[in-house]
Design a protein around this ligand. Sequence first.
Ligand code: MRU
Length: 368
Amino acid sequence: MLVNKKSYKSIWLDEADDTVVKVIDQQKLPFSFEIEDLKTVDDVCSVIQNMTIRGAPLLGAAAAFGMYLSTLELSSHSNVKDHLANAARYLVSTRPTAVNLSMAVKYMFDKISNENDLAKLTEKARSAALSFCENEIENCRNIGVNGLKIIESIRERKAGSTVNILTHCNAGWLACVDYGTVTAPIYLAAEKGYDIHVWVDETRPRNQGARLTTWELGQNNIPHTLISDNTGGHLMQHGMVDIVLVGCDRATIKGDVANKIGTYLKAVAAFDNNIPFYSVLPSTSIDFKISDGLREIAIEERDEEEVLFVNGLTDEGIKNVRICPEGTKAANYGFDVTPARLITGLITEEGICRADEVEIRRMFSGKI
Ligand code: MRU
């Protein structure tokens, strides 16, 4: 997507040196646009852990490139199997909730594990990582086409007046490789000249909505308004939200969805106000092996500093500012689970389905 009118992806291979992976530093946005070079699997793991990159599909893409970079570290003396298994374990351990990390690592193993020749192994890993990313881009493109139909039906019902979409966190191109999941149908709607407007939740504690979604939408001229996290329910009660679109870090076969903390509260409010609530996700975010989201999805607990401080731009640069008395304790759960019964449907690359096992199995019969 566009940054200052130039097209970018959120991760790519350096054109001049394909042993280097490039990512946009999302910790600095929207105040500074900086690109970081990754040369080792350790580099990939640390940018995931320190949140330079985030968002479930991008984590998967980074893990795929991490596996490729790990093959560059092999020598004729290496135990290839152990080396790759260690790299895979490290990558998957970086963040527990998004299933995309283990999906990507499995994809890479399936493509490369039978190769014994080191040069061929590296070449296979490079091309597998690139295809994994291309596939995620294609997924988002198709999600856009499928999601657009829902926006169009709301637009028809409203006789062409503004379609108001509420979103939480950042499920845009930064979180994917291109287009985004939630944002893909929004961009298509804008291209068609439809009158749309996006309510963007700030998404405390890390403010991915305030910092990233607003920035993405602004760069692509999509009308939007930032709201505090507690505002959505009020807007819904007053007819100011037509649809809620959120991302997904891990969905179960029964359609429960783990997404950024606060998603569940939006779903409850949407349900109470009879407003359609969709999770927008590629199949790489579905954990087909699990069924009960509340019991089976590991919820990441993050550093309390993220709650005790707010990070933002000051006269002295990007800084943390304390927002509570010294000594206050904080709890910082990164994600919550929205049960399938509160979800109107899932918008995926294969089409739109209800959040239930029969429909999910039918839709993804070729991928389970
Ligand atoms: O902690 P983050 O910023 O990685 O959380 C991201 C989200 O919750 C997104 O909504 C999710 O990954 C979907 S991205 C298409």
